[in-house]
Design a protein around this ligand. Structure first.
Ligand SMILES: Cc1ncc(Cc2c([C@H](C)O)sc(CCOP(=O)(O)OP(=O)(O)O)c2C)c(N)n1
Length: 492
């Protein structure tokens, strides 16, 4: 359920809490929290630990892997702040410090509580005030950024995940409108500014994306990256296409310009300073990008990923926007063909198993009915969490892209036998888990199942969509084509 806590933090834009048991529980969430760290989801991990006296009793304690502090050492690597609350007198200040780090950096944190101290009395925990940034440094930084943009012939703004994590979308849309320079989103920032009138040109996917958007970014002589994680997936597998020496990169509270940097510049303070002095630099208009697919055909033809996107877009046009959680593999790329909606997906850390528990976290903490896009391989890992739905009244609509294998891997290495999974009958399993299962063979089946699921509340619906092994999304085809011929096993 660590993915559930992660998705809840993402979609609410606020920290979530994950309580785990020492050892087997805490170490079981390491992969998910590593993904939270990589993609800046502020999850507060609270773990039990051996009682103070047990550490000197001479016995190994059940769940202990190596040393008593091995777990803390592991979580130091995947959280931005930590505390072991073994002294009630110091605990309030330590918890306040750790929670302030989670808010300031939008990254996971770790609290460990010896089991004999869980109900030890201690003083109230005061919320630490946000640190005051240096106004002079921020002004100097904003002036230099704007001077760079004004001197450029082709300035471009790219917005990324931190704009969402720090709730800056409205301010950044205003900044984009004021500067009137072209704006694109990174892969992880997809959906940002979608409902604004900012001069948005689309989502940058490098060699795998829209050629006009890629040209805008790659030919820019002043690329302002606001809150963008510079990774291979965000830069379309080919970082060499973008010369970051000409870029201005604001991430993790630091602004880098070519070969120098301004430390301690919170993104919100930078955006405010830019807004206060931004001139109109161009006359860019919103670019009408290719409209997401609609109009799922009602016929007996086999389903393809673009049909799934069209069917979901039709459904949202009729029933309103669902929050969507997508897993890695072609689910992630099919999600790019959806109309803009709240969308959580591990687009950079790219772990499998995220989407189903993420959907449960969304419904548990927002009350909204989610829609899930997940491959058969990823469903095999965590799809069984759907068994919790009946007890809590959750009713996600789960679309399984069942192509009988790890198609994202075989797209890069055709014929790889390790990618073959056989065909599992997830529809039959759904009924046993307390939901309604649909075996989808044709586009008619898909249209019927989506409409029925949307009209039936109170139970989850699992649409087991049978796809041909070579039925890939256009984006995955381009991604696979974009990689060098000696593609590695690890797709992204
Ligand atoms: C926990 C885990 N293990 C392995 C991987 C590597 C991997 C991918 C990453 C990206 O390297 S994509 C992928 C296949 C996913 O199969 P499925 O869910 O059926 O989706 P599809 O058939 O659409 O590919 C794997 C195994 C991963 N991302 N996460």
């Amino acid at each position: 359920m660590a993915f559930a806590a992660d998705a809840s933090a993402r979609i609410r834009g606020a920290p979530s809490v994950l309580a785990v048991t020492y050892g087997a529980g805490a170490l079981n969430v390491v992969n998910a929290i590593a993904g939270s760290y990589a993609e800046k989801a502020p999850v507060v991990v609270v773990s039990g630990a051996p009682a103070s006296g047990e550490r000197t009793g001479g016995l190994l304690v059940h769940h202990q892997a190596k040393r008593f502090d091995s777990q803390l050492a592991i979580f130091r690597e995947i959280t931005c702040d930590q505390a072991c609350l073994d002294d009630p007198a110091r605990a309030p200040a330590e918890v306040a410090r750790v929670l302030a780090s989670a808010r300031r950096l939008s990254r996971p944190v770790y609290l460990e509580v010896p089991r004999d101290l869980f109900d030890a009395p201690c003083a109230a925990i005061a919320r630490l005030p946000d640190a005051e940034p240096d106004a002079e440094a921020i002004a100097a930084c904003a002036d230099e950024v704007l001077a760079r943009l004004a001197a450029a012939r082709r300035p471009v703004l790219m917005v990324g995940v931190e704009v969402r994590r720090f709730g800056l979308e409205a301010e950044v849309a205003r900044l984009a409108r004021t500067l009137a320079i072209p704006v694109v989103t990174s892969f992880l920032g997809r959906g940002l500014l979608a409902s604004s009138d900012a001069p948005l040109a689309g989502t940058y996917l490098g060699a795998a994306g829209d050629g006009a958007v890629s040209a805008l970014v790659e030919e820019s002589d002043a690329l302002l990256l606001l809150g963008v994680i510079v990774s291979d997936t965000n830069f379309g597998v080919s970082p060499t296409r973008v010369d970051l020496r000409h870029a201005i990169h604001a991430l993790d509270g630091c602004v880098r310009l070519s070969h120098h940097a301004y430390p301690d510049i919170p993104l919100g303070a930078l955006v405010t300073a830019l807004l206060a002095r931004a001139p109109r630099l161009s006359d860019a208009r919103r670019v009408e990008t290719a409209h997401p697919p609609h109009g799922l055909a009602d016929d007996a033809r086999a389903v393809t990923p673009v049909d799934i996107a069209a069917g979901i877009n039709d459904l949202m046009a009729e029933h309103g926007r669902f929050p969507v959680s997508a897993d890695v593999g072609d689910s992630l790329f099919t999600g790019l063909d959806l109309e803009p909606t709240d969308y959580v997906a591990p687009g950079y850390y790219a772990t499998m198993g995220f989407a189903v528990p993420a959907a449960l976290g969304i419904q548990a903490t927002t009350g909204r009915r989610p829609l899930v896009l997940v491959g058969d391989g990823a469903f095999q890992m965590t799809g069984w969490e759907l068994g919790h739905c009946r007890r809590y009244g959750w009713d996600p609509i789960v679309v399984v892209l069942n192509n009988s294998g790890w198609r994202m891997l075989s797209a890069f290495r055709p014929g790889a036998r390790y990618a073959e999974l056989g065909t599992w009958d997830f529809a039959a399993c759904a009924n046993a888990l307390g939901g309604r299962g649909w075996r989808i063979e044709t586009r008619h089946d898909l249209q019927l199942a989506l409409g029925s699921a949307a009209s039936d509340r109170g139970q989850f619906h699992l649409l087991d969509v049978r796809l041909a092994p070579d039925a890939l999304s256009e984006t995955l085809r381009r991604f696979a084509g974009a990689r060098a011929p000696q593609a590695t096993n690890n797709a992204i």
